[in-house]
Design a protein around this ligand. Structure first.
Ligand SMILES: Cc1ncc(COP(=O)(O)O)c(C=O)c1O
Length: 343
């Protein structure tokens, strides 16, 4: 279909938040009898499946999150979709489901973004098209076992800048009575069940006035793991080091991986290692990083009676990292690492 690739004029782009918004279509593939079907663009926003589907009973459900941006020169580009494909395949391998060929994953993204191209927010609005690949076991199975049928869908929706008035610091709380994942469990995979486990601790932290929970390593409760939906990064007091957690129970963030590269590009030393809680006193800047906001400055971290205090605004080094990465995403800074996938 020939449709305008310009942003629609019936959406108030400035007031967009981060919520489900029905658009024109999502794309859907089914794996049956050993092969993936061709992709179909679907215009409805519901799905019909067996009441005995394994995604409903036995946790065969995985997802991803990434974004498409309208760039300065008018191109529409997705940020590092190959990385999300690799991560999704690591997850589905763990769930004993069939993997998704990278070519199919990228083609699915291209097709569904193109079909909804007028929902990509304008350049300069701070918004983006959020892309949510979803993978579910849809075969019927009443004993605990992997399904014989799977659906792979990609939804898209326009989202606004997460924080409308700039990067302000947010207080975090170290969660002491819950773990996000088990030491040898599923924390490094993006399975739906991990997020079910995070709901109660996140709610309790919010009720105490902390929008962001911070989890410790589940084995010893001694090292920093990650925030509820983002990785942990810190800048050393002398401003020369980018320090981030190395742990088997955290999700390998595409944003963190990219920021580590950007940090090296601007001359910082990157340390990916176990970080003891006590070290929180040694950092000048602490941030949460992930696709949703790229960098959220952390203004304080509360751990029992101890409060580690940081600045209320985004730190100097963090701001440099943020500007450089978001600049690449919007086509304002040269994409020297070939991270943009043009649709
Ligand atoms: C638990 C968790 N950690 C980290 C991240 C950040 O990952 P990414 O940068 O790939 O969005 C996410 C978001 O996907 C997450 O859910």
């Amino acid at each position: 279909m020939n449709r305008s690739s310009e942003p629609r004029n019936d959406i108030d782009w400035a007031s967009l938040g981060f919520q489900f918004t029905p658009v024109r279509s999502h794309i859907r593939y089914t794996w049956k009898n050993g092969e993936w079907s061709k992709g179909t663009l679907c215009n409805e926003h519901t799905i019909t499946m067996s009441v005995a589907a394994t995604c409903l009973h036995y946790g065969q459900a995985a997802f991803e999150g990434l974004k498409a941006f309208r760039c300065k020169d008018g191109r529409i580009c997705v940020f590092r979709p190959d990385e999300n494909c690799k991560r999704m395949n690591r997850t589905v391998h763990q769930l004993l489901g069939p993997e998704i060929p990278e070519e199919m994953f990228l083609d699915a993204i291209r097709t569904v973004v193109r079909d909804n191209i007028d929902y990509v927010p304008p350049y300069g609005s701070g918004g983006s098209l959020y892309i949510r690949p979803l993978y579910i076991g849809t075969g019927s199975q009443i004993g605990v076992a992997p399904a014989d049928q799977y659906d792979f869908l990609i939804l898209v929706m326009p989202v606004g800048a997460y924080y409308k008035d700039g990067l302000h610091g947010v207080p975090a709380l170290i969660i002491e009575e819950y773990d996000r994942a088990a030491p040898l469990g599923m924390g490094q995979f993006k399975v739906a069940g991990n997020y079910g486990a995070s709901l109660m601790p996140a709610k309790k932290a919010k009720l105490r006035g902390f929008p962001i929970p911070l989890f410790l390593d589940p084995k010893e409760h001694k090292y920093i793991d990650e925030f509820g939906t983002s990785n942990f990064l810190a800048i050393s007091r002398d401003g020369t080091k980018y320090i981030t957690s190395d742990s088997a129970s955290i999700l390998p963030s595409v944003t963190n991986k990219s920021l580590m590269q950007v940090a090296e590009d601007i001359g910082l030393t990157v340390e990916k290692r176990a970080i003891e809680v006590g070290e929180l006193a040694d950092f000048s800047e602490v941030d949460a990083c992930g696709t949703a906001v790229v960098i959220t400055p952390i203004s304080s971290i509360t751990y029992g009676d101890t409060v580690f205090q940081y600045a209320n605004e985004c730190g100097k080094v963090s701001k440099k990292l943020y500007d450089r990465l978001t600049g690449i995403q919007k086509g304002e800074v040269e994409d020297t690492h070939n991270w943009l996938f043009e649709v």
